[in-house]
Design a protein around this ligand. Sequence first.
Ligand code: SF4
Length: 386
Amino acid sequence: MKTEKRPLSIYVHIPFCARKCLYCDFLSAPADEQTKEKYVRCLTEEIRQNSTAFGEYEVQTVFFGGGTPSVLPAENIGDILKEIRQDFVLNPEAEITIEVNPGSADLKKLRTYRDMGINRLSIGLQSAIDEELKALGRIHSAEDFFETYNNAVKSGFNNINIDLMSAIPGQTIESYRETLKRVLSLNPLPKHISAYSLIIEEGTPFYENTPPLPDEDTDRELYKITNDILKVAGYHRYEISNYAMKGYECRHNKVYWKRGEYLGFGIGAASLIKNVRFSNIRDISEYMETLDYSKIRTDRQELSVEEQMEEFMFLGLRLIRGILFREFEENFGKSVEEVYPRVIGKLKEQGLLTEICDEQGNRTGICLTQFGLDVSNRVMAEFLLT
Ligand code: SF4
């Protein structure tokens, strides 16, 4: 009898960048060729050693993130993918994404990605205004982005995400509109757009020396503009900061928001398997000296039922469709209202939450209102139980 395999997502962390951007607190840094080569060898070893416990799974999505995965030679990405194919059952229709930065992925590299089965690209544009890119410390120009995008299309990619950023130093409502206008002049249009605000993180040059930033009202206005303009262009907002054409939502990221199971490889990579969260060590030298890759996993945290419920709520509410009462009950054997007797009523009264009903008018779930989306962090905090 054929048994259903459990769905699994794989994240591969490539911690290298050509240069560090001024706002970036991701685990990434420039490195020499030798280090990069060695890291890739270690990654394939980690994948090989840690795959044995996953025979009951089928991989539905793979995501190469970073850092900038495209700073590696394409053959390195091919080696990692080959290892995943050898050690795991990879669904033939799996979504396989790689993050690329303009200027680090030429036509040849993009064609090689396509040939090895990568079917989704995520391009870090941030802004189509050169002064704003410079202010962020990005190495590329708007022109570089357009070249990369056109090469990606020529290479046969039709599922492309573009990352945009708001609240950039010096950005105005007009300049942000201009960025959106340029993105929407692309032919064909990208299938997916992520639009995040700049956050000043501790330990970054921007934290030490914060440049003048657009105020909160302007930032909120930028979010509204994104929503309005992308809607007219045929995108639907399916998560607080993510927009897609129908059928092109990022399957990999949806696994995070829906608390599916995922396994991270490489330094700092996080995993969630059978309600246990863990992450890999962050020190690259230590990672590359390890012989036993079961020992690099740290922060092992077995989630209590309360923690699982909290996560279900604050991750699920990030999705515009909200959370479904039925799914909560299937997971926890209790109704949402039983667990959160007062919070839901209070947030509804404050206009932050609203009910979802089916065609017959039955209440099926709850989601954030427009106001709730604007102040989502405040809403999510209400769902903490522990
Ligand atoms: S390219 Fe991305 S990961 Fe690399 S330094 Fe810039 S923001 Fe950070």
